[in-house]
Design a protein around this ligand. Structure first.
Ligand code: UTP
Length: 290
């Protein structure tokens, strides 16, 4: 497999779980500690060697592209005030990766959003990173998939074990472990009932795919919730040419879930030495951890 240089990040969904916070601010721009959710995702792409990020957006989301561009007026203010650290932080976001974007004009599902990026991806392998899944670990999540995809020359999807009572929120794989943490996929089911789930290995928002996925997406009929499901196209592709799943190591937060979003804020806050002890003091004041 050729190197993976392009990453598609779909951010065109309505974010209904995050209302009312996401009424006028895209949920991807809500902060986790001092950075918007989407910046963690783009940093993971950059740390994994991606050069180009393709956002699949809608007309309410141009602020996401702006975040990864210069804000010269603000930079001048910070420069004049000698606020060196803040200046570095705002410039860093603009210099992270090359940004492209394409509109999804109707929100017809994640599979449809990926299909919108077809022309920009072209004829090369690419990654998909779902814009509200935040991963953190020693090896960036999508890098773990890229390494296996290149070594095995196969498309790869990221999975993590979830509790039995949460399987119905995810696509679940039925696979056979061929190497530690690497599974050959036999089947996958979108949002199964607990009793029908073939395993607890849930598909999370990271994929490394070859461009033939677009032909499958083209043919997919609306599935669960009337949406064009990426999982349906993946399932057809896995049957025809084989596909691997890789268990991703690291912390994962679904920023669309309030409990996980709030935990992520505390998790990243605690990583900052300057904030850590104050944060613990405040938490102890308001939360009984016994
Ligand atoms: P989600 O179902 O998690 O996102 O889709 P959502 O629809 O925005 O949020 P809720 O469930 O209503 O709170 C997974 C990803 O796919 C994108 C979303 O932006 C999210 O990153 N997506 C979904 C699209 O880009 N287009 C769509 O039509 C649907």
């Amino acid at each position: 497999m050729k190197p993976v240089r392009k990453v598609v990040i779909p951010v065109a969904g309505w974010g209904t779980r995050s209302l009312p916070a996401s009424k006028n601010i895209p949920k991807e721009m809500l902060p986790i500690y001092n950075k918007p959710v989407i910046q963690y995702v783009v940093e993971e792409a950059q740390r994994s060697g991606a050069e180009d990020v393709i956002f699949v957006t809608n007309k309410e989301k141009s602020v996401i592209e702006d975040h990864f561009d210069y804000n010269l007026q603000l930079e001048r203010v910070l420069e004049r005030a000698g606020k060196v650290e803040q200046l570095k932080a705002v410039r860093e976001a603009a210099e992270m990766v090359n940004v492209m974007s394409v509109r999804q004009k109707q929100q017809l599902g994640l599979g449809h959003a990926v299909l919108c990026a077809r022309k920009l991806v072209g004829d090369e392998p690419f990654a998909i990173m779902v814009g509200d899944d935040v991963l953190f670990g020693a090896v960036p999540g999508i890098r773990q998939l890229i390494d296996v995809a290149i070594a095995e020359n196969m498309p790869v999807i990221g999975v993590m074990e979830v509790p039995q009572e949460k399987v119905s929120r995810y696509g679940i794989i039925d696979g056979e472990e061929i190497n530690p943490g690497v599974y050959r996929i036999n089947n996958m089911v979108e949002k199964p009932k607990q009793e029908d789930a073939p395993s607890r290995m849930a598909i999370i928002g990271r994929y490394v795919l070859t461009p033939d996925i677009f032909d499958y997406l083209d043919k997919v009929k609306p599935g669960v919730g009337g949406e064009i499901q990426l999982t349906d196209a993946l399932q057809a592709m896995a049957k025809d040419r084989g596909m691997l799943a890789v268990r991703i190591y690291g912390a994962r937060f679904d920023a669309g879930d309030w409990a996980e979003y709030l935990t992520a804020n505390i998790y990243f806050g605690l990583q900052d030495e300057k904030l850590r002890s104050d944060l613990i003091t405040h938490l102890k004041k308001y939360v009984n951890f016994e």
